[in-house]
Design a protein around this ligand. Structure first.
Ligand code: ZN
Length: 383
């Protein structure tokens, strides 16, 4: 490092495992022993690191090992869904300590949902380590810097609501809010793929379709936070279906879970929920497989555009429809390999999400931790 490493930067070295002892820190940063001692003492005092009694002996006095203290604070998180909300308390490593699910309809609006959420966090916290930040994933487009929900047609009662100040009244810490698919993409990448790749496209297909983009290891939000809204990209030959956004043949209107149910019912099939469709797929029902595969082709159209633009190493398919992975992915593959460039598809993987419904909670925690434990934030707090 060309200038003196700060306390926050020293924390990053310890968190990442690059430095395990005071001597390591000195070697990596070039800081003098007193300067290292000053920064380590500061981090110990704030409970962000702890000393492990004995390191491995190399003859003489064994060096004291330094370790990031995941128990040094907690992060209340929530992943709001249309009908079900997951709530948890995570530690500073992003691991879920305690979790519960609430059956609340988000359409009840922020005046009902947010107080209920905060009451639940308070109950779950039960006086645990200090709250360092709060993270929320919501099923809406979010203007990220402001924490403002934007979309007018989904979660109508939330439109224009700036969530962080409402939560900060009870939890006076940084409050970060993002689109639900973005937080799932962050969780999926960090937990499953971070060690092997930096570029991931997560596509969630449930009642609606959305995507989260991890580029160069970080979530790509765009200028305001609307990146990844692939649901309203139109497909060719969609048949002229009117989308809820007012345009024709958006992929959301022809390939979402809602669209699959509608198409099967139009064929006279009695399917009430996506679980019914999944059961038919598992039973190998030809008509259902054909409908899901066609949805996959339409989905493949927009994904192939995204692949050309972003060159991800892996496309991860998640959401309720991931349960119908086989016919869906065969449709997606068929079109991607026709339409995407050779270089972009040379080693492209298309995988099914493996984290399941907890991914959003982990992603929320990581979003908060990346913010509050960043070198800049730690140094700002040091003053
Ligand atoms: Zn649309």
């Amino acid at each position: 490092m060309s200038r003196l490493a700060t306390t926050g930067e020293v924390l990053q070295l310890i968190r990442s495992g690059e430095a395990l002892t005071r001597a390591d820190i000195g070697r990596v940063t070039g800081l003098s022993r007193p300067a290292v001692a000053l920064r380590v003492t500061e981090l110990l005092g704030r409970g962000l690191i702890v000393e492990d009694a004995e390191g491995p002996s190399t003859g003489g006095r064994p060096p004291v090992r330094l370790r990031f203290n995941a128990a040094g604070g907690v992060v209340p998180v929530a992943s709001l869904g249309a009908s079900r909300t997951q709530i948890a308390i995570c530690d500073l490593a992003g691991d879920v300590l305690v979790r519960t699910d609430l059956d609340i309809d988000v359409e009840e609006g922020p005046d009902v949902v947010l107080p209920l959420l905060m009451d639940t966090w308070t109950k779950l916290l039960d006086g645990q380590a200090p709250v360092v930040g709060v993270g929320l994933g919501v099923p809406a487009t979010v203007e990220f810097a402001a924490g403002r929900t934007e979309s007018a047609r989904v979660m109508a009662s939330w439109t224009g609501v700036v969530i962080p100040p409402i939560i900060a009244e009870r939890f006076p810490v940084p409050v970060l809010v993002d689109n639900d698919v973005n937080v799932i993409a962050m969780g999926e990448h960090r937990v499953v793929y971070a060690s092997e790749l930096d570029d991931l496209l997560f596509v969630k297909v449930s009642t609606r379709i959305g995507a989260g983009v991890i580029s160069g290891g970080s979530i790509l939000r765009g200028a305001l936070g609307a990146a990844g809204e692939i649901g309203h990209i139109p497909v060719r030959d969609g048949g002229g279906v009117l989308c809820r956004c007012g345009n024709l043949d958006c992929v959301d209107s022809v390939a979402s879970g809602t669209a699959i149910l509608r198409d099967l019912r139009a064929k006279g099939r009695e399917v009430l929920t996506l679980a019914d469709v999944t059961a038919l797929v598992r039973a190998g029902d030809a008509e259902t497989m054909a409908v899901v595969r066609q949805a996959g082709r339409w989905l493949g159209e927009v994904i192939s555009g995204a692949v050309n633009l972003l060159n991800p190493a892996v496309v991860v398919l998640g959401g309720d429809i991931a349960e119908m992975f086989q016919p869906l992915v065969s449709g997606v593959r068929e079109v991607i390999y026709q339409r995407s460039t050779q270089l972009a598809t040379r080693s492209l993987r298309i995988e099914r999400s493996t984290l399941g419904p907890g991914a959003g909670l982990t992603g929320c925690a990581l979003m908060v931790l990346d913010h509050v434990l960043s070198a800049d934030a730690v140094d700002a707090a040091t003053g």
